[in-house]
Design a protein around this ligand. Structure first.
Ligand SMILES: *Cc1c(COP(=O)(O)O)cnc(C)c1O
Length: 365
């Protein structure tokens, strides 16, 4: 038996017919960019996240960049201002800040692997303008604590919601917990396209308008350019495919939860620590990340039993060549997580039988 870490084809298989219909509909409509499919998806996704606006974007990274660029256009942030961001995140969160000409300031995580609110306040300077929370692995950061700090210091808050479609915080959906949120529809995310895609959700009308201009050459009316924009549009084909899958997102997340609950109940090995779930919400189980001090042999043990795993992530952003200026800094908690973390197979296509088998193999480690 081989258990893949994640099989995109198996995840999409239940929707093949409906996706094929959607592709055909777009192809035959003759309208491929910014049309009915994108508008309809934006409306549905805003409503899903509980926000007033949604703007379809070309990718999650582009969505993060455009939030920051739009705040610059609106005069809320200026070049070289500081953005506080978790040290323990996928590097895209940090790349977006650099790309927007702003200065990323790294904060250590809490026991849930998310930004530690009590670390944030120590990092605030007169140049701090934004806190970026990342709902890592699909579990929401402590947004009440973060929003309170932001209020006290007059800062903006944004969510990197790339991994958290459908996760909740105190009953509210991720993506509607701050001034603006960036989402990714990369195929491996909980709501995955068949290619690249992203979105911004927000209640702020001015921000929504600015981002819809920026994603489209800074133009609302063709060949009339109000802002120095980019081409960062979600395309009709991906929007049509996402419209097929969005109604099943909660159902798919519930399947992930069954796998996660099985792991949480069955894995009992003093050498393996399970993820800690905060009381403030329900994760969408984008990833199921365990920690072990003996990672190499743990991975080999699973592999020998046909179980594929992954590491999210092997190298912390501050140790990457891309950020050589930070390479001799030390963020001990972030570094420990990067050394010990292993992601177990979890997706709507995995079965409970597989989860029980994996748990047993782990218990024999
Ligand atoms: C996937 C991801 C992104 C980037 O999204 P893309 O659509 O791949 O550009 C950003 N942040 C986090 C935390 C991610 O997991």
């Amino acid at each position: 038996m081989t258990i893949p870490f994640l099989d995109y084809k198996a995840v999409n298989q239940p929707y093949f017919e409906k996706i094929e219909e959607a592709v055909k509909r777009v192809l035959r409509s003759g309208w491929y960019v910014l049309g009915k499919e994108v508008s309809a998806f934006e409306k549905d996704y805003a409503s899903y996240c509980g926000t007033k606006h949604c703007i379809g974007i070309s990718s999650g990274l582009d969505a993060l960049v455009l939030v920051l660029e739009a705040w610059k256009e609106m005069g809320k942030v200026k070049a070289e201002d500081q953005v506080i961001v978790p040290a323990n995140t996928y590097i895209a969160s940090i790349l977006a800040i650099s790309k927007a000409g702003l200065d990323p300031v790294l904060a250590e995580p809490d026991i849930y692997c998310n930004i530690n609110p009590s670390e944030i306040e120590k990092l605030i300077t007169p140049k701090t303008k934004v806190i970026m929370a990342v709902h890592l692995y699909g579990q929401c950061a402590d947004m009440d604590a973060i929003n309170e700090i932001a209020k006290k210091h007059d800062l903006l808050v944004m969510e990197d919601s790339a991994q958290s479609q459908g996760a909740t915080y105190k009953g509210k959906k991720a993506g509607g917990l701050s001034n603006a949120a960036a989402h990714s529809f990369y195929p491996g995310k909980n709501l995955g396209a068949i290619g690249e895609g992203g979105a911004v959700t927000t209640d702020d009308q001015e921000l929504a308008t600015t981002i819809s201009l920026l994603r489209n050459y800074g133009s609302e009316v063709k060949y009339h350019n109000q802002l120095k924009g980019l081409n960062n549009r979600l395309d009709e084909l991906q929007a049509a495919i996402l419209r097929v899958k969005l109604p099943y997102l909660d159902q798919d997340n519930a399947k992930r939860k069954l796998i996660a609950d099985t792991y949480l109940k069955k894995i009992q090995n003093p050498k393996v620590s399970l993820p800690i779930i905060a009381e403030h919400g329900t994760p969408n189980w984008h990833l199921f990340v365990v920690m072990t001090k003996d990672r190499e042999s743990f991975i080999q043990h699973l592999k020998a039993n046909g179980i594929q795993t992954a590491i999210h992530y092997p190298i912390p952003p501050h140790k990457q060549p891309a950020y050589s200026e930070w390479n001799d800094r030390s963020y001990p908690e972030t570094e420990r997580i990067h050394k010990e973390c292993v992601s177990l197979p979890i997706s709507p296509a995995h079965t409970l039988k597989e989860a029980v088998f994996i748990a047993n193999i782990i218990n024999n480690f």
